[in-house]
Design a protein around this ligand. Structure first.
Ligand SMILES: NC(=O)c1ccc[n+]([C@@H]2O[C@H](COP(=O)([O-])OP(=O)(O)OC[C@H]3O[C@@H](n4cnc5c(N)ncnc54)[C@H](OP(=O)(O)O)[C@@H]3O)[C@@H](O)[C@H]2O)c1
Length: 257
């Protein structure tokens, strides 16, 4: 172990969770704090992180994962705090649902930048610390959109397929450092902001979940994330696909009128 990680005992885990200001990331911070972990909660909106920190005892670090300076500052903050053994990359999202023929370049660039480049930048920054720990874990939150495309999903599919491809390469590259790489691929999850940010208005966002008896909640996904990262380190749930029962496949969702 390095001095950066020596503060961690075998039973005391410590994680960076990105995307922590809302939705699945916020729920994951709560789930890991409930299990006694030290958690660095990362997103751009500082006020939301501060409120979460005050409530849960997490450490708030406002940062844009796509900005090199912010990622450097995050790494310095975490290093000064004693380091981590687990990186949970949840920050991401979708913009637009246009077919490829009408794709808005700025939406595609945004999706690639946050889901792929941002995840890469944070992972790259923390890899030396995770390798040095000796029993590190990286968990990437991709999506079922990373395994099956759908009409209007092209940009999001492309970004999540790419994030998944990077995750698979990372697992192969880092196994020699005893790094565990987990991918969680959720289907329909009802969070406050995901569909709203994607589609831009509340009515369109509401339709995504309309009539679905029980979409997954952020808490459902957070429980699975927490389970996967708290298993003994030699156990790797390397790919976890999870959907609500009503969603048998991307194109087969039971909706009651
Ligand atoms: N909801 C679903 O149906 C669903 C299904 C499968 C997979 N997913 C994936 O699961 C993840 C979380 O989904 P969600 O529904 O919880 O999304 P969400 O509610 O839209 O939350 C996205 C989070 O990412 C953060 N974020 C966005 N850009 C960032 C940046 N540049 N730097 C740092 N943080 C950034 C946001 O915080 P700030 O705005 O404060 O920065 C927010 O905390 C995403 O990767 C999403 O693609 C979602």
């Amino acid at each position: 172990m390095t001095s950066a990680t020596s503060a961690l005992s075998a039973s005391a885990h410590s994680a960076v969770v990105t995307g922590a200001s809302t939705g699945i990331g916020e729920a994951t911070v709560r789930a890991l704090r409930a299990r006694g972990w030290t958690v660095y909660a990362v997103a751009r909106r500082a006020a939301r992180l501060e409120a979460l920190a005050a409530e849960t005892g997490a450490v708030a670090v406002a940062a844009d994962i796509t900005e090199d300076g912010d990622v450097e500052r995050l790494l310095a903050h975490v290093t000064a705090g004693g380091g981590i053994d687990t990186l949970v990359n949840i920050a991401g999202g979708a913009r637009g649902a246009d077919p490829v023929g009408e794709a808005r370049t700025e939406d595609w660039e945004w999706m690639y930048r946050v889901n792929v480049i941002g995840t890469m930048k944070v992972t790259r920054a923390f890899l030396p610390m995770l390798r040095a720990h000796g029993e590190g874990t990286v968990l990437n939150l991709t999506s079922t959109a990373a395994i099956v495309s759908y009409e209007g999903g092209g940009g999001y599919n492309a970004a999540k397929f790419a994030e998944r491809g990077m995750t698979q390469a990372l697992r192969l590259e880092e196994v020699g450092h005893n790094l565990r790489v987990i991918e969680v691929l959720p289907g329909l999850v009802q969070t406050e902001e995901f569909a709203l940010n994607r589609l831009g208005d509340p009515d369109a966002a509401e339709k995504v979940y309309a009539g679905v008896a029980k979409p997954l909640t952020a808490g459902d996904v957070a429980d699975v994330v927490a389970y996967a990262v708290t298993l003994p380190h030699h156990v790797n749930l390397d790919e976890i696909v999870m959907r609500p029962v009503a969603q048998a496949a991307a194109h087969k969702v039971i909706r009651n009128a």
